[in-house]
Write a protein that binds this ligand. Structure first.
Ligand code: SF4
Ligand code: SF4
Length: 441
């Protein structure tokens, strides 16, 4: 056993209102500089949607993270990346178009600026491939300019539809979206650190925050290529890589990072986790379908005497151990099974977890009016009738497996029904309590 402490996070997606206050707070503090102007260490993307940089989840294009090869964990690079690495010692990276060119916001333009073409439009179909996604559809296209259920639906062949049919499918009844705020995950097994040939990227021993030493960075940019979440950025002015530093100067003085402090929806929780570093390599080799469990297995019980002894041997302070015992992150992830890591199949073991978004819950409708549940089955009906297909959420959080996502969603539905019974009082309390039991609450 080799217990290390890690600052970890939970974002509760059902509470995010997509106001971008977190992104602006971060930009004002850290990236309002020459060469960093295009960077969003914290960004909030509308899902289902293309994200920032565009299509970062498309690992065929942007590979990163780890892959199991010959029974070992190996960094994953694109064929193009490997070629560039060999010839020019440069990895492949997203282009500036994919990050979106920075622009200056001027308040007066709201009143005096010329009319632009940013009007609600049909789904942006790529002129080249005929598919839905193209880089014109920015990270918030779905709520800025339209609405989409279609990206998540593989039963709809968009290019075969007429314009009228597409607009029909975009009607309000089928519209669905949620917000996904993203920062660096300060992973337990960070691919960015492993990829750096200069040793500039490192993971701090005391709290697991992943940082770039600006004096040591030589601008090779392998970190940009290796991070599957595309959360390391290249500063074209200084010639060095930069990334979220979890506001460590604030954290060290007992303050929350700027994005946490400013969060309007209060969706962000921070706490200490105790990781078993001995298990990381072994856990990374497990099959995709086991990676959520593998991740949970890495988290050690802060009340276990053997864990405490190993942590003390590694220099973890009593104060940190106390924080680990009270950690909301441990509760959300391990005790309740409510929060999941994004894309566990990248195998970096993120320290940022998300409570999946329930989205609009409708138990049943009559003449356009939503009805409350009258049976336990009805409480959980939205699991199969949700506008956002479970397969989409499972892909985001469960590496193609639905079970852990369903488990979390079921609990959320039961809790929501119980709260409704408690506060509004139009759901039978006995029924709500039966729902809680059924959902393992
Ligand atoms: Fe590194 Fe952060 Fe990317 Fe993880 S999310 S690989 S820690 S830059
Ligand atoms: Fe969401 Fe909070 Fe950011 Fe607003 S400040 S977009 S509520 S995470």
């Amino acid at each position: 056993m080799d217990i290390r402490s890690q600052v970890a996070m939970v974002f509760h997606l059902d509470k995010c209102i997509g106001c971008h206050t977190c992104s602006i707070a971060c930009k004002n503090v850290w990236t309002d500089r020459k060469g960093a102007d295009y960077m969003w260490w914290n960004n909030v993307e509308t899902k289902p949607g293309t994200g920032y940089p565009t299509q970062w989840e498309n690992q065929e294009e942007y590979k990163g993270g780890w892959v199991v090869k010959d029974g070992k964990l190996q960094l994953r690079l694109t064929a193009k990346g490997k070629f560039l690495q060999k010839i020019f010692h440069q990895p492949s990276m997203p282009t500036m178009d994919e990050y979106y060119e920075p622009w200056t916001y001027r308040y007066e333009d709201l009143f005096t600026g010329p009319e632009q073409d940013d009007q609600p439009t049909a789904i942006p179909i790529s002129k080249v491939t005929g598919e839905y996604i193209d880089i014109e559809a920015g990270p918030n296209w779905d709520d800025d300019l339209g609405g989409s259920t279609l990206y998540a639906r593989n039963d709809v062949n968009l290019s075969a539809l007429s314009e009228e049919q597409r607009l029909q499918l975009l009607s309000i009844e089928t519209l669905v979206m949620f917000y996904l705020p993203r920062i660096c995950n300060h992973c337990a097994n960070p691919a960015c650190v492993a990829a750096c040939p200069s040793g500039a990227l490192y993971k701090r021993g005391e709290d697991g925050i992943v940082l770039v030493n600006q004096k040591v960075c030589r601008g090779w940019r392998y970190c940009v290529s290796a991070c599957p979440y595309k959360k390391v950025f290249y500063n074209w002015s200084t010639g060095k890589s930069e990334k979220c530093l979890l506001c460590y100067p604030r954290v060290e003085t007992g303050q929350a990072p700027a994005c946490f402090h400013s969060c309007v929806g209060r969706i962000r929780y921070m706490g200490v986790l105790l990781y078993d570093a001995d298990k990381i390599q072994a856990a990374g080799l497990r099959p995709d379908a086991e990676l959520v469990t593998a991740h949970r297995d890495l988290l050690a019980d802060p009340n276990d005497p053997a864990v405490i002894e190993s942590a003390r041997r590694n220099g973890v302070s009593e104060q940190t151990l106390q924080a680990a015992r009270k950690s909301p992150v441990y509760q959300f992830v391990k005790a309740w099974g409510l929060a999941l890591a994004p894309h566990p199949e990248y195998r970096t073991f993120p320290s940022l977890f998300y409570v999946p978004a329930l989205g609009p819950v409708t138990y049943s409708m009559e003449n356009g009016v939503a009805l409350n549940p009258t049976s336990v089955d009805e409480i959980f009906a939205p699991l199969d009738q949700a506008r956002l297909p479970m397969a989409y959420l499972a892909n985001l959080f469960g590496a193609g497996q639905e079970a852990p996502v369903r488990y979390a969603m079921k609990k959320m539905l039961a809790i929501r029904t119980w709260k409704r019974a408690q506060t509004v009082g139009d759901v039978d309390m006995k029924l709500a309590l039966a729902g809680l039991r059924e959902a393992d609450c």
